[in-house]
Design a protein around this ligand. Structure first.
Ligand SMILES: NC(=O)c1ccc[n+]([C@@H]2O[C@H](COP(=O)([O-])OP(=O)(O)OC[C@H]3O[C@@H](n4cnc5c(N)ncnc54)[C@H](OP(=O)(O)O)[C@@H]3O)[C@@H](O)[C@H]2O)c1
Length: 299
């Protein structure tokens, strides 16, 4: 497997397996299939609520730990130094691992610097081999790279042919941050799996699928990819992308598909930010009396 050398020298596989939206009951057999197919990098998150199942699949595989690369992400509800530190230990415990290869801040919200300090400490304690962020655009990434004691090594963002993140990539390179794609197929949006241009290029390369052309494009751009599928035949298809090469002309044409817009949501859009905030906003205490409410409103 090709790897990318992170800024701290850690080797990260260029292709891994993502488990977003895989139900806890299904994830163990999906990760088992992925490991059998040959994937060695697994991308989960506290918010996916499937770390335990990922851990069980890893344990039963008997693959030596050093051959695996396991990533998780700290969710906004664990933002801040104490909560983040506790959540790192909880992720390790759920995954049944003594260290994670990579831990990311999942979203650029909340007490990012408190969370980051907890991650720096866990990194120095050997619990995390690399640390990074997710959904940080250039502005937030530059800020963290400038003020953090240990700069982030990875930024995982929405990245596919229709949203190529050129501005972020320019600054990530400048600050030595590896860029990782989430949603390499845009989850099928914008007719990805039937896109006629991808189909045409696929027909030129022994009938490669749109999924394979999309992944190959990102890999040749130096982007780490973590496609998700619950189907073993698709896992195999998505894994078999290292035995052909897109030409420079094909790459240039695919670069022109960039709409510079998200297929999902923009983390700088106030409505999106409020949507995230509503997830973590303190809920009113149903046991609080009217008098207590009155008291606290006068504080
Ligand atoms: N950091 C973040 O905020 C963030 C956000 C989203 C995702 N992620 C990570 O990135 C990973 C990948 O992104 P994603 O899961 O959102 O989307 P994705 O990989 O772009 O697309 C997954 C979708 O494509 C289908 N699919 C996969 N391979 C296919 C193929 N060869 N042919 C046809 N359909 C295929 C899957 O269906 P089936 O499963 O039915 O095959 C699924 O519906 C996630 O699993 C997660 O680990 C991170």
């Amino acid at each position: 497997m090709e790897t990318k050398t992170l800024s701290n020298g850690v080797e990260m596989p260029m292709l891994g397996y993502g488990v977003y939206q895989i139900a806890p009951a299904e994830v163990q057999h999906c990760v088992r299939d992925a490991l059998e197919v040959g994937y060695r990098s697994i991308d989960t998150a506290q918010a996916y609520q499937n770390e335990e199942g990922v851990g069980r699949a890893i344990a039963e595989s008997n693959i030596p730990r050093e051959e695996l690369f396991v990533t998780s992400k700290i969710w906004i509800t664990s933002s801040g130094y104490e909560k983040a530190a506790a959540s790192i230990d909880e992720s390790l415990q759920k995954l049944g691992l003594s260290y994670l290869d990579l831990m990311l801040i999942h979203q650029p919200f909340g007490d990012v610097y408190g969370t980051w300090r907890a991650m720096e400490e866990a990194y120095e304690a050997g619990k995390l081999k690399a640390i990074g962020v997710s959904n940080f655009y250039a502005d937030r990434l530059i800020d963290l790279c400038t003020f953090a004691r240990i700069p982030p090594m990875v930024d995982q963002v929405e990245l596919h042919v229709y949203h190529q993140q050129n501005e972020l990539r320019k600054y990530a390179e400048k600050y030595h941050v590896a860029v990782e794609s989430w949603g390499p197929f845009a989850e099928g949006r914008n007719n990805f799996f039937n896109d006629p241009l991808l189909k045409e290029f696929g027909s030129r390369h022994k009938n490669r699928s749109n999924a394979q052309i999309g992944l190959r494009f990102l890999l040749q751009e130096g982007i780490i990819v973590i496609p998700k599928s619950t189907h073993r035949d698709r896992m195999e298809e998505n894994f078999n992308v290292f035995d052909f090469q897109l030409s420079e002309g094909e790459m240039a044409t695919l670069r022109s598909l960039d709409s510079e817009e998200s297929q999902f949501f923009n983390h700088e859009d106030p409505e999106t930010v409020e949507w995230f905030m509503n997830m973590v906003k303190p809920k009113p205490d149903p046991n609080e009396t009217e008098a207590q409410k009155q008291d606290s409103s006068e504080d």
